[in-house]
Design a protein. Structure first.
Length: 425
């Protein structure tokens, strides 16, 4: 009797333990997606703030360029008295001619613009590149003339002090030209910072709510002089439908002459369309296209705007152009796949196009996320491949955060009922 009681007690304990274990597993499974979303949000926050720090370091380079420029200007002034004491008029005239050639290239004016905002030159295009190459050729030729002059017999006939003065001015001019070149490279570096922020604007609309809020907060915490971060913040707000706040950020950026201006103008066109201000939206878009028609970020935003206006041919053209740009290639293919999926009823061959593009983007991912599987499922559904579509949708839902699972459920319903599905474009 005692052994039976003991056995029952042991069995009861094991049952309680098993029940508790199952409860723990279920709880852990239920929390998996939120934890994954929180981890991703924290990662986004950390990455954005790292770009902020890089931008601060970049602006510090400007201060060093200004200090170097001012120091060189002081050196030039310090040799003025000695230069005026040189009696050889031939040498003075020859050296003056070289300095005049420098002034004709407006080098001093370019150096004087060191204090301007990053990327204040015109947007990069073929004409600007040719102009820069021509200017560099002129600089190289002038340096050759100066080197020849420094080796000339006439200069060797001067006294030691006179030669020292001329060489000092020559060295200073070389350094000034180096500052100019460093400044041009500095400007180019500033133009590339928006590239680093672009992925945080959620161009594919694949962020969870937690990821979006983390990105918004981190972008908002940027310094006032960080215009690339401000533009990224405005674009993300626009993608979230917060048109009023986005417009407040965009207004000053559209007035600022910089490579970011056409992007800001195109985003403003998108925002104004969302505010039912069609005339103003059209003017903003025309202004953007006038400044830089081929800017990839402008093309992406214009494609989004075209979808809102049911102008899918324009969206298709813009996204097709972006499939050749490595950094935007996969997102552009997925966007095209969604466009083709919605247009299957009009053109049945679009189904195979959608599947091909979605699959190409999916295969190119070393670790596909929920959205990669989701877009592939949408394309497969459009092609009436139910089993494959459900298989990818199941994987998408496992990888998705809680708020992302809602759209997965809507797609599942469409697949099971064999009804069309329209993903957000």
């Amino acid at each position: 009797m005692r052994s039976r009681v003991s056995l029952i007690a042991v069995s009861s304990s094991m049952a309680i333990f098993a029940f508790a274990f199952l409860i723990g597993c279920c709880t852990a499974f239920g929390q998996d997606a939120p934890n994954r979303s929180e981890d991703s949000a924290g990662k986004i926050d950390k990455q954005i703030r790292k770009v902020h720090e890089d931008y601060k370091d970049y602006l510090e380079q400007k201060k060093k360029l200004i200090e170097t420029y001012e120091s060189l200007q002081t050196s030039i002034k310090q040799t003025e008295a000695e230069w005026n004491r040189i009696q050889n008029e031939g040498v003075i005239k020859q050296f003056a001619a070289i300095q005049s050639a420098m002034n004709s290239m407006q080098i001093s004016n370019t150096i004087g613009s060191v204090g301007s905002t990053p990327g204040s030159n015109n947007s990069p295009n073929d004409f600007a590149m040719r102009q820069q190459l021509q200017q560099q050729l002129m600089v190289n030729r002038m340096m050759e003339n100066m080197n020849t002059f420094m080796r000339s017999q006439e200069l060797q006939q001067l006294g030691v002090e006179a030669q020292r003065t001329i060489r000092a001015r020559f060295d200073t001019i070389q350094k000034l030209m180096k500052v100019e070149e460093d400044y041009k490279q500095w400007q180019t570096g500033g133009n590339r910072f928006f590239d680093k922020y672009w992925s945080f604007t959620d161009p594919a609309r694949s962020f969870s709510e937690g990821e979006t809020q983390a990105a918004l907060q981190a972008l908002q915490d940027s310094d006032q002089d960080n215009t690339p971060a401000q533009l990224a913040h405005a674009i993300l707000l626009a993608n979230q439908g917060d048109h009023s706040q986005s417009k407040q950020l965009l207004d000053p950026l559209t007035e600022m002459s910089s490579p970011l201006q056409p992007i800001a103008a195109m985003c403003k066109a998108y925002v104004l369309h969302g505010m039912d201000k069609e005339r103003e939206s059209k003017l903003a878009m025309q202004n953007s296209l006038k400044i830089d028609r081929t800017n990839p970020y402008c093309r992406w935003i214009r494609a989004r705007l075209a979808c809102k206006q049911d102008q899918f041919n324009i969206a298709e053209t813009e996204w097709k152009a972006l499939t050749t740009i490595p950094a935007m290639q996969q997102d552009a293919k997925r966007a095209l796949a969604l466009v083709y999926s919605q247009r299957v009823s009009k053109t049945p061959s679009n189904a195979s196009r959608a599947v091909a593009l979605a699959n190409e983007a999916h295969q190119a991912d070393s670790s596909p996320n929920w959205y990669s599987h989701f877009v592939l499922a949408v394309a497969l559904h459009a092609a009436n491949k139910k089993e494959e579509a459900l298989e990818n949708l199941l994987t998408a839902k496992k990888l998705a955060a809680e708020d992302q699972q809602e759209v997965c459920d809507k797609l599942k319903e469409a697949i099971e009922n064999a009804t069309p599905f329209k993903a957000e474009l």
